[in-house]
Design a protein around this ligand. Structure first.
Ligand SMILES: Cc1ncc(COP(=O)(O)O)c(C=O)c1O
Length: 498
């Protein structure tokens, strides 16, 4: 990009933004079964976006300069703590998302252990293999070794005996999901809590995706086991407001059993030549927009509003689970306990990935999941309240997509490509080599082809470490400082209307 010599007009800017946005996934209307949480409540969403703009310039860096932000954060965390079974001592923080909440959970455990278990120099955390990737990222960033634990191959819930066996003298933290992203099941939280108490360990529950919705599902009669701070042994829990709280992105909380534990999350620096830094979260300067928008949505929808959204989400989920089960050849994995599900096919990964492409041609985004740790390749659906209106159309299209891929038979080009890829020595490929290998499946200069099935099939065929190396090569090409600039649309027409 080059800076325009003089600023563009409002019309030019919004014409350019609209043109760029035209290629994005639609965030409303129910087409997306990942990335997006659509309540369908347009009036409440409009209020949230107004509040977002109102507090966009406020800076959470200094809560004393912006007492409104401090007040909103304390109010939100207070409600979240109560929603999550916290007692009068519970305390927490508002963060930018699930990943930041989980990074903070691990940082807190690491720094707690530095004080209470100073003999540990190589800290470890014991994590189900179904735990969200952001826990791997937290471990990677913070120098904590992640010890993965197997799950039951049918229920996809972590094997608590294996967790027990994985604990060593270096263990500082146990984690589990309520619910897991990939399969939407709740790990045995009470049993793990008892284990944590017995061994004197911290235990974080990743409730990023499930903790907001699950208590509402319980009120609607669903069988939801205790999974939060009401369970003995749970020391902290994370919950994203930008998922089933339907807040605009950039909104999550982490809540601890008490303030003494939260103390290890905080950071201060007064040993430089500038202002005294006090940070409760990873970010330092942070917009007040997400916080104000989340506060607004909680007040605009209220308890009755969220209960109604949960009712619609549960109804949509039950209809979709039954609909998928009724399609010959598809199999739902485990027993989904909230509004997330994964289904597989005995016809294999390539078949499923082709179904995802066929669904994309019909306007739907379903999310491919690679096989691993005993779980087969699958397609994932995150279902929200806005999906209830489109369930029937979705199931008709899914059935048609499956039939279409079955009728087309095996894709010989992709099969040949996978065979050719099988002969490559991926372990010795550098970034250049990966870029060339990705070009074979149509990925060039960070651009993706229309048919994604060959890419997913290739990734699915590789060991995890090689998948990661290929993805990093792709990402390194994707973000480039040398992309062509957008030309100012309608330059002459709107030049005077700045
Ligand atoms: C269980 C779970 N944990 C953590 C995350 C990460 O959240 P975010 O994408 O907001 O960083 C997700 C995201 O889907 C999730 O489902």
């Amino acid at each position: 990009m080059t800076l325009p010599e003089t600023g563009w007009s409002r019309d030019q800017i919004f014409a350019a933004l609209t043109e760029m946005k035209a290629h994005d996934l639609a965030t409303e209307g129910g087409a997306a079964f990942a990335y997006v949480y659509d309540s369908g409540e347009r009036a409440a969403a409009a209020l949230a976006s107004q509040a977002y703009s109102m507090f966009l310039g406020a800076n959470g860096l200094d809560p004393t300069a912006f007492p409104s932000l401090l007040r909103m954060e304390n109010e939100i965390v207070g409600w979240c703590a109560a929603h999550l079974g916290g007692g009068p001592e519970a305390s927490g923080s508002f963060t930018s998302g699930g990943t930041e909440s989980l990074i903070l959970a691990v940082k807190t455990a690491r720094d707690w252990a530095r004080v209470h278990r100073p003999e540990i120099t190589r800290p470890e955390m014991v994590v189900p293999v179904t735990a969200h990737a952001s826990l791997h990222k937290a471990a990677h960033y913070l120098g904590v070794t992640l010890v993965p634990c197997p799950v039951d191959p049918r229920s996809f819930k972590v094997d608590v005996a294996a967790m027990r066996a994985a604990i060593t003298a270096n263990t500082i933290l146990l984690t589990a999901s309520a619910a897991s992203y990939a399969h939407g099941v709740i790990d045995p939280i009470a049993e793990i809590g008892a284990l944590a108490l017995e061994r004197g360990l911290l235990f974080h529950v990743d409730g990023c995706i499930g903790a907001f919705l699950l208590p509402y599902f319980r009120r609607l009669g669903a069988a939801v086991p205790a999974f939060d701070l009401s369970v003995a042994g749970v020391s902290s829990i994370s919950m994203d407001l930008h998922k089933y709280g339907y807040a605009p992105k950039g909104a999550s909380v982490i809540v601890y059993r008490d303030k003494q534990l939260r103390r290890h999350q905080l950071y201060a620096c007064a040993d430089w030549t500038g202002y005294a830094v006090i940070n409760s979260t990873v970010q330092s300067t942070k917009s007040g927009g997400p916080l104000a928008a989340a506060w607004t949505l909680l007040h605009a929808l209220g308890d009755a509003g969220y209960l109604e959204l949960a009712r619609r989400t549960l109804a949509a989920t039950q209809a979709i689970v039954a609909g998928v089960r009724a399609i010959p050849g598809l199999r739902v994995l485990g027993e989904p306990e909230m509004s997330l599900l994964a289904f597989t096919s005995d016809s294999g990964g390539l078949f499923l990935f082709a179904v995802a492409d066929a669904m994309a041609r019909r306007g739907w985004l379903v999310q491919p999941q690679l096989h691993g740790h005993g779980a087969p390749a699958s397609l994932h659906l995150t279902i929200s309240a806005g999906h209830l209106a489109v369930v029937d159309r979705f199931l008709v299209d899914l059935r048609a997509s499956v039939a279409e891929v079955e009728a087309a038979g095996a894709d010989p080009a992709t099969a040949m490509l996978l065979q050719a890829a099988g002969g490559l020595d991926f372990a010795s490929l550098g970034d250049e080599g990966f870029t060339q290998a990705l070009a074979l499946v149509g990925v060039q200069g960070g651009q993706l082809p229309e048919r994604m099935a060959p890419i997913h099939a290739l990734l699915d065929a590789l060991p995890a470490a090689v998948r990661e190396a290929a993805l990093l090569a792709f990402l390194n090409d994707l973000y480039t400082a040398h992309a062509p600039s957008v030309a100012p649309p309608g330059h002459a027409a709107s030049a005077g209307s700045k």
